[in-house]
Design a protein around this ligand. Sequence first.
Ligand SMILES: [Zn+2]
Ligand SMILES: [Zn+2]
Length: 677
Amino acid sequence: MPFLELRVMQVNILFPINAEGFTYLVPGELEEKIKPGLRVLAPFRSGKKVGIVVGLDKTTAITQDKEITLKSIESVLDDEPLIPDNLLKLIQWVGQYYMSTSGLALKNAVPSGIFEGKKGSKGRITYDHEAAPAKKINLTAEQQKALSEIISAVSGAFLLHGVTGSGKTEIYIRAIEELGDKEAIVLVPEIALTTQIVDRFRARFQDKVVFFHSGLSPGERITSWRKIRNGEVKVALGVRSAVFAPFKNLGLIIIDEEHEASYKQFEGLKYSARDAALARSKIESIKIILGSATPSIESFYHAKKGKLGYLELTQRVEQRPMPRVEIIDMTREEKESLSYSRKLLDVLEKNLSEGHQSLIMLNRRGYSPFLMCTDCGYTYKCPACSITLTYHKDTKTLNCHYCNSFLKPQDACPECKGTKIKYIGLGTQRIEEELHELLPELNLKRMDRDTTTKKLSHYRIVKDMEDKKIAVLLGTQMIAKGHDFPDVTVAAVVFADVALNLPDFRSSERTFQLFTQLAGRAGRGDVSGAVYIQTYEPEHYVFDYVRNHDYKGFYQNEIELRKELSYPPFSKLIRVVFSFRNKEDGVRTMKSVSARIKKITRPRNPKLKTQNLKSDFEILGPSPASIEKIRNYWRWHLILKGANSKSLRLAALKILESIKDIRDVKADIDVDPINLL
Ligand SMILES: [Zn+2]
Ligand SMILES: [Zn+2]
């Protein structure tokens, strides 16, 4: 019997799961209704699932054979497309570029309640305080010039490089005001930093701003998402996932503190919200502003090459001076405790007596990073990770900062039964305790991940700082970024050495950025500021650039190193992490993995390392990762390095293909990795 040829409409349906789209048939009565972006209900495995139509094929000829294998969608849930076309394109770009799946990108992009048919919370989202009305601010000549360039452009990417306190936020707000009926997305790196910026945006745009982030309840997320989708708001402000805000008439994206590592998601879909935003600006042909006082080396390089428009603010507003930076040499200085030099204590006391506030940073939470037996040298390690446990004095526990497990230390050493156990090294809890003992009259508050777990807790700390109920705010990098406290005139780093020598090609960049950002918190009001950095390595070259607020000098030094080693921006990287339940299995398996990789792609001659990577790429490793074990998995990794992102992705696919038949190995891909540990 000849095949009966039917012309039946097929659609590609994307579900919020880690997979690409699935093909379904469209029953005749739904053919007229179906469009990309609509939600449909479709049979999936033994049940039903809500998915999004991503592609149509109206004239597919299918045979009877094929018809049997394809299922039909059951119903269409929307009259109009729910997901704007440009957002669908972005979701597919993210899935493809990061070598993940469009389905996982969809899951990150759209609140899960949308697929569960939930309506969202009733009423509007309330804030527990009112933002003060906006003051009229006169722009500096530099601000005016930067703003004019942004306004006059139709599309394109700008790097807004403005020293701390130069008024970048004001430029963001004015650029949005000039958009007419178009909408804007504002990305900020961390929820903890948003209190003040949300206030400023609300003072200008009132309830036309939604604060869109993963910390919202599921109901709040749906409500915010639908408001954006229905054109009821002008500005969506948020962390990473706000890049997927479902605006239909977007005109501008702003990425504040574009250099921040937290724009990269480290778990699940490993995407960079900054780079996804750049992709979205291209898809939508709109403007994008990358703002920073300390641009990432990559962004500044692209600005120099003309790929980003360069806008510079060299002066603080109201001609306020940059703070004076002093390096305190802890090898020579008189010390009052483990953490504090006499000099720093004098500064803090004087600052308090003059009625000003201070910030003190140590980029390590907990009480001390080691608990050590002084008889045998035993230190507690996490049973699941190859990481030393950090002692937390408030809970009297040893905590793993990688897997969050903890244990109670014993009175005697588990190894030699000795009882001389010592706290080695500094954490934020310890510098708080020491300062409290040294200067009991000071009103202290600590801000780190441990004191800001409760909803609104960081908001309260910021308000108490603004109301001057706190004299000294101590904390991790959380206190260094973004805040604008006019009465802070002293900012200090207790032990700069924590950050100096990490085994990562970005560690100098991170250190320079962190100290410069912290310095930027001081002297933002009428009184000029000063910064004190305690270190045992005062000769380290980074301090020269921090002291002189010399970003460009730092850049010049750093870009030479990057070029010499062919690191980004001179190359692209893809990291593949292999993990194993068992250490010996890992060693054995990685031997055969290495052999197979050699066959498919011969690494470049290592002697040619300094040559530019135009057409070729190299493979570094595989080797055991710096952190050999996390959550009971033994880890190996390799790094693909080359000039062309596409050929790197192809090579990564070949590697995965070549090990497909090896059991018990999990391979995880990270495109443009931030962390190589
Ligand atoms: Zn011992
Ligand atoms: Zn652990």
